[in-house]
Design a protein around this ligand. Structure first.
Ligand code: MEV
Length: 458
């Protein structure tokens, strides 16, 4: 028997002894929270009492707040904390903001704050919303004469809009609604595949529920009307609705943020001239423009800032991530979401990204910390939040690329990570203070921190 096989058998037997046979459970969602905690701790952890105690430690002492969190999702057993930090000094279109950021990565808030301060002294960030169009689609299959389908669509389009009027009424009062419905022939991609490609204005709401409700109504009216359309053959009447759903790809819900200053004002350290720094920044972005491996990491740095503000403001970071990465690949090659240039002695750094955000509805009116974050941001409209979030992404990218082309990323990263390592090692407050001082003058790698800690203890 090979060593690998032997190891696998050993691991299997070990697991069998540590974890008893677990059988499927019926009606788990109907158990009380306490019962769920008991069950999961008993079946899947080795020390059920420690597991139960840990989960309960994270319950909120305010029963009302806890109930709120319990009801956000199904099968809640506890809360999962992320730190909520604040990055001050963001001057955006001449208005000063402090950005709430929910994130676990140690250096992100520090980097955002540093970039904010840097640009505060150079005129701040300028932003502009370029579009606010949201998208949803009814995907359907049609077999028959495409010309007849087009005529049918033209006839039925007003009826589609009319049939959704009870859903759109309130949104229209707020200046939003359905902006258009277009029939798209996609049968070159997939046999018999067509879409109702619908566009929406959802004002301060992210609009997912509104869009999906409209789409489902359009789909049902479309199908019913087709059945009664006398020009269609029996096969043509039998339109198959596959699904109706919003799209998280919103290339026309677009925002731009930019910073600029004379190159000579780009003095970031004594070890690099302003000209050389500007040139390196431009080159680093040029690399991320053409090389997907670098572009992904470059954009990940942007998302550090974006996701943190999105989470703090109760928006859907998965939706934004999916849409932004699709946008980054819109020209057929995954590329940087930021641009950098030097022209006529002026350095400029900018970002243009699709962001479908909301400041009303969803978590925004439910989660107390989300409400707090929106208050700190001075109750922004969705358009204002788009601009703030774009700035968070641009600032984060500036900070990351600045470190990369100067000191390297590890210096700042390890400084912030130092406290995490010291906590893992169980350092006391006095030990932490001494070692933080020590690493102001020494390079903080993981092993250097462990060595210094052990030396201090012994
Ligand atoms: C780390 O979270 C983000 C960076 O890798 C981004 C970048 O490389 O540009 C530092």
């Amino acid at each position: 028997m090979s060593i690998t096989r032997l190891f696998r058998v050993y691991t299997y037997l070990y697991r069998q002894t540590r974890y008893p046979m677990i059988s499927p459970i019926e009606g788990f969602s109907k158990l009380t929270k306490e019962e769920k905690v008991d069950w999961i701790s008993e079946k899947y952890t080795q020390n059920k009492n420690a597991s139960k105690a840990l989960l309960k430690t994270y319950w909120n002492t305010d029963a009302g707040v806890q109930k709120l969190h319990d009801e956000f999702i199904e099968n809640t057993i506890s809360n999962y904390y992320l730190p909520l930090g604040v990055a001050p000094n963001f001057l955006i279109n001449d208005k000063l903001y402090a950005l709430p950021m929910a994130i676990e990565e140690s250096s992100v808030v520090a980097a955002a704050s540093k970039a904010a301060k840097f640009w505060l002294e150079r005129g701040g960030f300028k932003t502009k919303v370029l579009g606010t169009e949201k998208v949803g689609q009814v995907h359907f299959m049609f077999t028959g004469d495409t010309g007849k389908l087009r005529s049918f669509f033209q006839k039925v389009k007003p009826k589609l809009l009319q049939s959704a009027s009870s859903i759109t009424k309130n949104m229209e009062k707020r200046g939003g609604g359905v902006t258009d419905i277009v029939l798209r022939d996609q049968s070159d991609l997939l046999d018999n595949y067509f879409q109702l490609h619908c566009t929406f204005e959802t004002r301060d709401a992210m609009g997912a529920n509104f869009i999906n409700s409209c789409l489902e109504q359009f789909a049902s009216t479309f199908k019913e009307e087709a059945k009664a359309y006398t020009d269609f053959t029996e096969a043509e009447k039998d339109i198959e609705i596959v699904m109706s759903i919003l799209s998280n790809y919103v290339p026309d819900c677009l925002v731009r943020a930019e910073v600029s200053c004379p190159v000579k004002e780009l003095l970031v350290s004594d070890s690099i001239s302003a000209q050389e720094f500007a040139q390196k920044m431009v080159r680093a972005v040029a690399i991320a423009k053409v090389e997907p491996h670098r572009a992904v990491t470059h954009n990940k740095g942007i998302m550090n800032g974006i996701d943190a503000v999105i989470l703090a403001t109760g928006n859907d970071f998965r939706a934004v991530e999916a849409g932004m990465h699709a946008y980054a690949a819109r020209n057929g090659r995954y590329s940087s979401l930021t641009d950098a240039a030097v022209e006529n002695g002026i350095f400029s750094f900018s970002i243009e990204i699709p962001l479908a955000l909301g400041t009303v509805g969803g978590l925004t009116s439910l989660h107390p910390l989300v409400q707090w974050s929106l208050e700190v941001l001075q109750h922004p409209s969705a358009e204002e939040l788009m601009q703030i979030v774009a700035v968070a992404g641009l600032a984060q990218n500036f900070a990351a690329v600045r470190s990369l082309v100067t000191t390297g990323i590890q210096e700042g990263h390890m400084k912030m990570h130092l406290l995490n390592i010291l906590n893992q090692l169980g350092a006391t407050n006095t030990e932490k203070k001494t070692l933080i001082e020590h690493f102001k003058k020494n390079t903080a790698t993981h092993s250097a921190v462990v060595d210094a800690f052990e030396k201090l203890r012994n």
